[in-house]
Design a protein around this ligand. Sequence first.
Ligand code: FAD
Length: 269
Amino acid sequence: EDLYQLAHSRLEESPLIGDLAILSEKDIAERFPDLQLKGDVLYASGAARLDGAGLTKTLLKAANCAVISKKVRLDPQASGYRIDGAFYDRVILATGAWLGDILRPLGYQVDVRPQKGQLLDYYFDDLKTDDLPVFMPEGEIDLIPFDQGKVSIGASHENDKGFDLTVDQSVLERLEEEARVFFPKLSEAWRKSDRLGIRAYTSDFSPFYGEVPGLPGLYAASGLGSSGLTTGPLIARELVAMVTDQRFWLNASDYDINRYLTVEDDNSQ
Ligand SMILES: Cc1cc2nc3c(=O)[nH]c(=O)nc-3n(C[C@H](O)[C@H](O)[C@H](O)COP(=O)(O)OP(=O)(O)OC[C@H]3O[C@@H](n4cnc5c(N)ncnc54)[C@H](O)[C@@H]3O)c2cc1C
């Protein structure tokens, strides 16, 4: 009921939330027959799921730009930046948890930390997943049905693993155990696989973006945390508006980069 009221109060600003309803166990049994629940759930028709890799591929295709996949450094010049032998007058750094790696050599302290995330994908022969809703119980896990019998469970939030990209079976087992309480059918999957990645988070868990203080023409965004697939396109849109002098949709001072980047040995302070 509390969540319903909260979501309702945000509808005016965020109509994409869609229709809201509190569903009973009986309603849920109709929409997601294999889910085992005690009690009601809040339903929002505007919720969506997407495949991050697919989204990135589509955006790059739509941008119709040259893509060079390479780890690079940034060399500030008098009127721009040299990157991998080429000169640019304006640059956007969207380097996630690695923003510190690129800015620290230039004398910045960056309030961005890595958070390891692991998830599991399950594949079913006999489950029609295409139209099932995304299910987000309280706690760490979400249950995300994709097309053609695929259901993803995740993801972990590990703040103390740095940039470690090794699979930790004990974490995956814990995720599976938690999910099986709601979705016992997990044990019938014919195949399962895991994925992992590194999120960027700040000390107040807020994302930020803007022009890097002291380096005109250099812009950055980071700290997108667990919501970057959702907020990333909007933040990207705002950054492009900043670079090309267009109108903003958001109040940029709510996500002010100056709160997260400090110049080391800054004598002005
Ligand atoms: C397991 C997991 C589950 C998630 N689930 C969700 C979810 O359900 N919903 C949601 O909204 N978000 C989710 N996220 C978060 C989302 O993926 C991130 O917030 C988002 O990807 C951040 O985008 P980004 O472009 O800022 O950074 P990234 O996606 O991290 O991209 C940064 C890129 O910069 C590159 N790079 C860094 N340094 C350099 C360099 N020196 N030279 C060249 N390239 C460089 C990196 O290789 C990387 O490709 C999840 C993340 C994980 C790990």
